[in-house]
Design a binder for this molecule. Structure first.
Ligand SMILES: CCCCCCCCCCCCCCCC(=O)SCCNC(=O)CCNC(=O)[C@H](O)C(C)(C)COP(=O)(O)OP(=O)(O)OC[C@H]1O[C@@H](n2cnc3c(N)ncnc32)[C@H](O)[C@@H]1OP(=O)(O)O
Length: 159
């Protein structure tokens, strides 16, 4: 079988600017630097992400899905989109003041997401009752929704 050469070239810079009214959000200063799977290589070929809060204080992300997130040819892997929703929606709960882990993440894939395109992740903390915090979100670009999710976060017990 012919061996496939791995392309090690780094993709050029991308524009992850936010929209008018968004302010940059410093995730590591809130939750530490452990979010490396999605956020760990800001100049690499997997994901490139920048966080913001919008004028309603909801967490937003601009994210680029690089060639290393490929699933179907030329498009993002479903697990790559789920990983992004796990991180962003969990982080949205932390940003709203809840110390949580994600207990359940329900993702619907709506459209194939082309690689090397900057898209937006929107999130909204919709409820907080007892230890359960529900966050909804989606990966989109304009009117096109690539994936949407409901994320049940559970607050961590005091250790
Ligand atoms: C040491 C950690 C430090 C963390 C510091 C993080 C800092 C940085 C964060 C950055 C932002 C995050 C971004 C990444 C987010 C992730 O990716 S987190 C990683 C993925 N998640 C996990 O690995 C979680 C693994 N699961 C667990 O740890 C435990 O199952 C849980 C979720 C803490 C719950 O366990 P528990 O504390 O024993 O609570 P339990 O009594 O079972 O459940 C409490 C309630 O929640 C409900 N519930 C629990 N799980 C579920 C579920 N899956 N479905 C439906 N209901 C559920 C129960 O039914 C129960 O309801 P009630 O009976 O009270 O009505």
């Amino acid at each position: 079988m012919e061996k496939q050469e791995k392309n090690t070239e780094v993709c050029p810079p991308v524009d992850l600017s936010g929209e008018a009214g968004w302010t940059p959000f410093d995730a590591p200063s809130l939750v530490g630097a452990s979010l490396r799977f999605v956020s760990g290589e800001p100049d690499g070929n997997r994901y490139r992400v920048r966080y913001y809060k919008d004028d309603a204080e909801q967490l937003r992300a601009r994210i680029w899905f690089g060639p290393e997130t490929e699933g179907p040819p030329g498009h993002a892997h479903g697990g790559a989109m789920a990983a992004v929703l796990d991180e962003v929606l969990g982080l949205a709960a932390w940003a709203a003041g809840h110390s949580i882990v994600v207990g359940n993440l329900n993702v619907s894939f709506r459209n194939l997401l082309p690689l090397e395109q900057v898209v937006t992740v929107e999130s909204e903390v919709v409820s907080a009752q007892g230890r359960k915090v529900m966050v909804h979100g989606r990966i989109c670009l304009g009117e096109t929704v690539f994936a949407e999710a409901e994320c049940l976060c559970i607050t961590i017990r005091d250790k």
